[in-house]
Each structure stands twice: as structure tokens, then as C-alpha cells.
Design a protein around this ligand. Structure first.
Ligand SMILES: Cc1cc2nc3c(=O)[nH]c(=O)nc-3n(C[C@H](O)[C@H](O)[C@H](O)COP(=O)(O)OP(=O)(O)OC[C@H]3O[C@@H](n4cnc5c(N)ncnc54)[C@H](O)[C@@H]3O)c2cc1C
Ligand code: SF4
Length: 553
């Protein structure tokens, strides 16, 4: 029986040394490192804890995990795993649950091109104090990215190889945070070996994906951190000598608003969540930089499809236990074509092949028939997506660069993304051209978006939102400094003692690769600074070497 990480709200104390808001990569790092430093840590997460085995495996379960928020419209549970924000200019998908986006992501873990950190958007110290490398090293030690050794045996990888002819650049296996062998991980958690079921993006029911809930959070719990779920933080209030964190039950019909105090608060609620909390706090009088909400980037992130190709791709997950036994699918992403542009960083892109989770399989024929693009989709309805034409469906994830000129604002109390004409960013044209060539190389047709006929399909969608509380040298250029401390006003370098932002919100530009490793590395780096500044110390030794620690199964 899996040991739960979270406690009932009644167990929350009135005050802690540290409150961490949100439990994705940034929050997981903060909770682990500061509890190791002997701090009494409380983690507050708006979503639920979803144990291994309880992730959605079928369409009705998946539907229950969808929350749609757009303007006046909202539907679904506020603790649903998939939080879709439908915007006037761009849609954003983020994860919601104990473990944040790690629960539903594809787990690709890459370090950006060095030119990204050479950009003047970053504070100088990021590139000079050597701690970024340490951050990446620690992130890799905990999350353990690995390349699947037999990628070339997977049909989807071989199809990517065929597509790569369009670029004269062969694919390489992609590093993913997946345990391909049974193991006890550095947090002391026993993990089963990946079954190559392909369902990473609906949550791993095997326990093989190295999510934050499998790594940093159990590590934090083992060092005394207390975690509370289904509680949404609205804002923070400055007290003399500390902070008050205001929250309420996430579901509308919950109990009354409440609060908890701490000397140090780390906002790690993600790009949208942390920015929203600070915007609300500013409305209530907290002095912050005028840059708050700016430099929002979609990380040049696109999902698109090719249909009707010659080869069987086999890129629909089968789940666990498998719904179909045939060729092995593979983890969500097994291979990528790296297309760096030596002369212009912004033109660089990475094309990854991807797998759609088995729970959406019943919807696929409907999507592709409604667009009228695949006559044979009806055949897939009959044979199932695993044998008919949809077994030749390519899913492509592309990451590149945009100009990070989006803006997050509060309108009538709810967060909005404003980015007029974002669809005209040159990145989308470049990606369309590249994927059209890739689709031709496999003998298929490029489908930019199966929802193109709907209002949702006319706008770009990103699963890699970045920025909003971007780093800068001072309050004139950023919301936080290179240590993730929040600037205390609109000018100068003074910071609010004890208020940090520690997640994707601090990244001030697109990074051109999947962001989880960089978010984790920047959080690790910030924790080294925080410990130095407060005379704290922590080690990062794996729990499995501590004879007195129980292995969590
Ligand atoms: C389908 C999908 C696939 C992806 N694939 C990849 C991939 O392969 N590789 C990669 O690098 N990245 C991938 N990403 C993106 C990656 O998961 C995110 O960039 C990453 O999770 C962001 O980390 P974070 O710490 O900034 O925030 P998050 O992981 O988003 O965590 C923030 C947490 O805060 C909680 N929260 C928000 N607001 C509040 C509040 N007010 N009160 C309390 N809690 C709050 C949220 O519920 C969430 O748990 C993918 C994302 C998605 C959705
Ligand atoms: S492929 Fe399946 S078993 Fe492997 S990490 Fe993804 S969801 Fe888990």
C-alpha cells in the first residue's frame, strides 16, 4: 500500500519556518532542500494527491480530470489534473495536483543551448557564479533522465527517422525522467520498471515516471515537511518579521478562508499561479516591481500531427494494464530531431515524436473525422485506433523560441494571458514549414490542429508557460533577482526579506527546449543561495544510503 504524502488540513499548524506554495518542480526542490536544512516546512497545493494506479485510464475518468477556465466560462473540478486556460489570444495547459505538471508531462529533460543563458534577459550572476551547473547536476541526480536504450526498436522512433530525411539530420534518443529498470530512487522510493505503455501524459500508473511526487516530495516528507492538498492560496501579506499566506479550500463549496504564517514563503505555484498570487498581493498593497506579469513566453511550444503516412507509427498509449497487445509503444517521447541554428538562436527548434494517452483513444477518430481530414478514420472506429489508419498517426511536439512579449493580468479577480497577434509570431510559420516537410517525408499530411474548425483550434496552445515574475538585475528589469528573491518596489535592488518565487515564472525568456530540468536547476541554485544567506546547511545525500530510512513502496 502506497504511503500518502499529504496530511488532512486539520493537522496544519498556525506557523512554520517555511511555507511553500505549489508542489511542482520548483516547490518540490524548495520543500526537499529546506526540510533537509532543518526548517519546519509546510507545502500547500491546490490539487489532489493522486497515488500511483489512480491516474485516469479511461475516457470518463480523464473527463473528470479536466478543468476549463476561460473568461466567464469555467467547468470541471478545481482539483482536476488538467487545467486548461482558454485565452483570448493563446490557450495554456498546466498540471494541478501534488507534484504539479510532473504528474502529466512527457518527462523530456533537456538543458538549453548555452546561448540562451548568454542573453541579457538574465541577471549576470546566473552565468558567472557557477551555481547553475551545480543546479543542473543536482536536478539530474534526483530526476535521473535516461535515454531508452532500444529506441530504434520502436515504430514511432523509426517513423521519426523517416521524417528526419526532410532535414538531413537523424533523430537521437531523447532523455526522459523515466526509470527503465526497477529501482529504489534517491528519495528512497521503490519504483517499478517502465512498461513502455505510452501513457506518461495521463499519469504513470506503473510508478516508473520520476515525477516530483516520486522524488523531491517524498524526500521532503522524510525530512519532516508537512503537505496539504486541495487548498488554493489567494495572496500573501507582509507581517512584521514574516509573512501570512491566505488560502481557502479549492472546491467552491468548501470551508472558510484560512491562513498560515511563516518567516519565509516560497511561491512555487507555476508561471500562472505564482504571478496570480503576486498580482493579488499587489492589489492589497504589497510593493512589487512593475514588471510583474510581463515577459510571458509560450516557449515556441507546439503539438501537431501527420496523418495517412506509409508506415505504422503506433503512437497511441495502451496503458497499464494494456488495452491492446501488439508492438511496444514506448514512453511518451523516445526520440527527437535537434535542429540548432548556428547563426540565429531563435530559429533553432527541436522536433519530438510523442504518444497520446490511451484514455483519449476513443476520441481520436471523432477528432479526425470532424475535421474531414481522414476518410479512413471511420475504419479506426471499427478496428480501434491500434489497428486502423490512426495507428499511422504521428504526433509531433516542437519546442523553439518566441519573443516572450505576452502579459499576465488580473481581470475581475481572475488571471488572463494577453498577447495580441501571438499567432503571427514567426516561430509558428517556421514550425509549420518544418512539419509540412516532415509529414511529406513520411508520406502523410500535416494536420496543424484537429480542433482547427473550433474556436479553440484557431489559437496557439502551450504546455510550457514561462515568465510573469522574470528575473532581472533590479526592479526596473525584473520581479525577482538571480536568487529568486522578490524585489520590494518598482526600482532598485532591495528585496522583501523572506519572499521568493521559485518556479517557471522566474524564467525571463523562451529557452527553446522542454523546461522541467531548467526550472529544477534554477530552484536548486536558489536554494544554495538561500541556505548561504541564512546560515543554513543541507546535504543532498540519497535517502537510500540512510540505513534508518524506511523505503516507501
Ligand atoms: C501535457 C504536458 C506535457 C509536458 N511535457 C514536458 C516535458 O516533456 N518536458 C518538460 O520539460 N516539460 C514538460 N511540460 C511542462 C512542465 O511540466 C512544466 O514546465 C513544469 O511542470 C513547471 O514546473 P513549475 O514548478 O514551474 O510549476 P508546476 O509544475 O505547474 O507546479 C505548480 C503547482 O502549483 C499549484 N498551484 C497553482 N496555483 C496554486 C495556488 N494558488 N495555491 C496552491 N497551489 C497552486 C499547481 O496545482 C501545481 O501543482 C509539460 C506540461 C504538460 C501540461
Ligand atoms: S511509458 Fe508507461 S510505464 Fe513508462 S513512464 Fe510512461 S506511463 Fe509510466
Amino acid at each position: 500500500m502506497q504511503q500518502l504524502l499529504s496530511l488532512p488540513q486539520e493537522a496544519m499548524k498556525p506557523a512554520y519556518d517555511v511555507v511553500v506554495v505549489g508542489s511542482g518542480y520548483g516547490g518540490g526542490v524548495a520543500a526537499s532542500r529546506l526540510s533537509r536544512a532543518g526548517q519546519r516546512v509546510c507545502v500547500i497545493e491546490r490539487g489532489r494527491e493522486v497515488p500511483t494506479g489512480a491516474f485516469p485510464a479511461r475516457l470518463p475518468e480523464l473527463r473528470r480530470e479536466l478543468q476549463l477556465n476561460g473568461g466567464k466560462m469555467r467547468s470541471g473540478s478545481r482539483t482536476g489534473l488538467y487545467d486548461f486556460r482558454l485565452g483570448a489570444d493563446i490557450h495554456v495547459l498546466v498540471g494541478c495536483g501534488l507534484g504539479g505538471g510532473s504528474l502529466i508531462n512527457a518527462g523530456v529533460a533537456l538543458r538549453p543551448d548555452d546561448r540562451v543563458f548568454a542573453d541579457s534577459a538574465w541577471p549576470e550572476a546566473i552565468g558567472t557564479d557557477g551555481l547553475l551547473d551545480l543546479g543542473y547536476e543536482r536536478a539530474r541526480t534526483m530526476l535521473r533522465p535516461a535515454r531508452y536504450g532500444d529506441a530504434a526498436s520502436l515504430s514511432k522512433y523509426r517513423s521519426l527517422q523517416t521524417a528526419s530525411a526532410a532535414f538531413g539530420q537523424p533523430p537521437v534518443p531523447a532523455p526522459v525522467v523515466v526509470s527503465f529498470e526497477e529501482t529504489v530512487n534517491p528519495a528512497g522510493v521503490a519504483q517499478a520498471a517502465c512498461t513502455l505503455c505510452g501513457d506518461c501524459c495521463s499519469g504513470c500508473n506503473v510508478g516508473a515516471k520520476n515525477t516530483v511526487a516520486m522524488t523531491y516530495l517524498p524526500d521532503a516528507k522524510a525530512h519532516g515537511a508537512e503537505m496539504f492538498t486541495a487548498l488554493t492560496v489567494s495572496h500573501v501579506e507582509k507581517l512584521s518579521g514574516g509573512w501570512r499566506v491566505h488560502f481557502a479550500p479549492s472546491e467552491e463549496k468548501g470551508g472558510a478562508p484560512s491562513h498560515v504564517d511563516a518567516k519565509t514563503v516560497l511561491l512555487a505555484a507555476g508561471t500562472l499561479g505564482s504571478t496570480e498570487i503576486l498580482l493579488r498581493s499587489r492589489e492589497r498593497g504589497l510593493k512589487l516591481s512593475d514588471r510583474l506579469g510581463e515577459r510571458f513566453s509560450a516557449n515556441g511550444d507546439i503539438i501537431a500531427f501527420a496523418l495517412g503516412g506509409r508506415e505504422r507509427v503506433n503512437a497511441v498509449g495502451v496503458g497499464e494494464p494494456p488495452k491492446f497487445t501488439g508492438d511496444t509503444v514506448g514512453a511518451c517521447v523516445a526520440g527527437q530531431i535537434e535542429l540548432p541554428d548556428a547563426g540565429d538562436l531563435d530559429r533553432s527548434m527541436i522536433i519530438q515524436e510523442g504518444v497520446l494517452p490511451s484514455a483519449v483513444a476513443p476520441l481520436l477518430p471523432v477528432f479526425f473525422i470532424s475535421g474531414g481530414r481522414l476518410l479512413g478514420a471511420a475504419q479506426s472506429l471499427i478496428k480501434g485506433v491500434y489497428e486502423g489508419p490512426l495507428s499511422h498517426l504521428h504526433t509531433f511536439f516542437v519546442v523553439s523560441h518566441d519573443d516572450a512579449c505576452g502579459r499576465l493580468t488580473l481581470e475581475k479577480g481572475s488571471l488572463q494571458v494577453q498577447w495580441p497577434n501571438v499567432a503571427e509570431q514567426p516561430v509558428y510559420t517556421r514550425v509549420d514549414e518544418a512539419l509540412t516537410k516532415a509529414a511529406e517525408a513520411v508520406g502523410g499530411r500535416y494536420i496543424k490542429n484537429p480542433l482547427a474548425g473550433t474556436n479553440m483550434g484557431t489559437k496557439p496552445t502551450t504546455a510550457h508557460p514561462l515568465g510573469g515574475c522574470g528575473m532581472g538585475e533590479d526592479a526596473g528589469s525584473g520581479v525577482v533577482n538571480h536568487k529568486c528573491q522578490t524585489f520590494a518596489g518598482t526600482r532598485g535592488e532591495d528585496v522583501h526579506a523572506g519572499l521568493y518565487v521559485c518556479d517557471g515564472a522566474v524564467i525571463p525568456r523562451s529557452i527553446g527546449c522542454n523546461p522541467l530540468l531548467t526550472i529544477t536547476a534554477l530552484a536548486e541554485r536558489a536554494m544554495v543561495h538561500l541556505a548561504r544567506d541564512h546560515n543554513l546547511g543541507f546535504d543532498t545525500a540519497p535517502i537510500r544510503n540512510h540505513a534508518d530510512q524506511e523505503v516507501v513502496t
